[in-house]
Design a protein around this ligand. Sequence first.
Ligand code: AMP
Ligand code: GLY
Length: 422
Amino acid sequence: MNILLIGSGGREHALAWKMSRSPLCGRLFVAPGNPGTAVCGTNVAMDPADHAAVTAFCKQESIGLVVVGPEAPLVAGLVDDLSAAGIRAFGPRKAAAQLEGSKAFTKELCAEAGIPTAAFRRFTDAERAKAYVRETGAPIVVKADGLAAGKGVVVAASVDEAEGAIEAMLGGALGAAGAELVIEECLVGEEASFFALCDGSTAIPLGTAQDHKRAFDGDEGPNTGGMGAYSPAPVLTPDLEARVMHEIVQPTLQALKRRGTPYVGVLYAGLMVTAEGPKLIEYNVRFGDPECQVLMPRLKTDLVAAMLAACDGALEGFGVRWSEEAALTVVMATKGYPGPYAKGSEIKGVAKAEAMEDVLVFHAGTGEENGRLLAQGGRVLNVTAMGRSIAEAQAKAYAAVDAIDWPEGFCRRDIGWRAVRR
Ligand code: AMP
Ligand code: GLY
């Protein structure tokens, strides 16, 4: 079967790497892809926002499955348009993708289905929002309702900071995404990412991971898209995983099915493990990035078969097998990220790193010019390693990082510290 994968990040390289190993995979196309995905399949210069072009390409190349990596095309309804054209696509339709597209949507669904999450209020008026914050006190969390590329959440330590965030967001700093706010209780605990594969009625667990969102060592500095991850997440014990499925994922799936907007695809629950148990921080409607880069190397089951089962409503009884080993990935980013950074610096030594035992290097913001590998984005490489423990995977990943010669890049040196301390 020919497959089209949409996206161009490290997540998509990891997905392309895994799918290309499936006996079910015929030709694999990636749009637009990156130099890493070009090794697993064929990159196609196509804008995923142009649904008519994607549909025409699928017909021309007899695509049997489209896999949508990032959230924007899902929220924009790419799966709806492909399905209407008779093309099988993996990922939620627009209505169900609102779980990531609107924080207010998710909070209302949690309230309806009794899902544990932070207490919240919705606001469109700055004076009311500020009065609420003054009455409630800090710490408190201010969130833009819509998609804001990671800039829509302020965990405010003081009432002043919260008021500043309210003024900025409702003042238009994030455009339409900030026209409505969700203000919520600040949860205390350890964060973890939980993934489930869903076919509309049935959900099965699809692994756990822990991300590192801050730019610098010791969880300092600004928030980023994610600077490294490991899997599994030891904080999610088997007992807690069962609670997440029972108290959070399954009620969500049932509520969406009841509303006539069933959820098909990967459901990513961002969790806080609090003293009272796991609570939902947010939903994403896709794999995490960089979490996907540590899930794929551990997954033993055929990913294409699993995605087809989800698309076809056939997940009941589907078994997913995992390697006993742990995986850890270190993100190498261009100096300056997540702020402004220069493009075009040369990266050497990737082949040397890739040749090391149990190491995979997934590309994100790279480009190629006359056989030279160049940094073209913020997050550029995901240096990933497997090991019998997270500590072993960490040692192997950093040995591979040290084989890469890129003076204009940086990475955190402490990815995995929580798990190693445990
Ligand atoms: P989000 O974009 O919703 O993932 O939020 C970004 C980050 O803000 C999360 O990963 C958490 O670290 C933090 N955060 C969001 N909501 C809360 C909350 N209610 N309590 C504490 N931290 C939060
Ligand atoms: N790693 C966080 C995300 O993918 O949203």
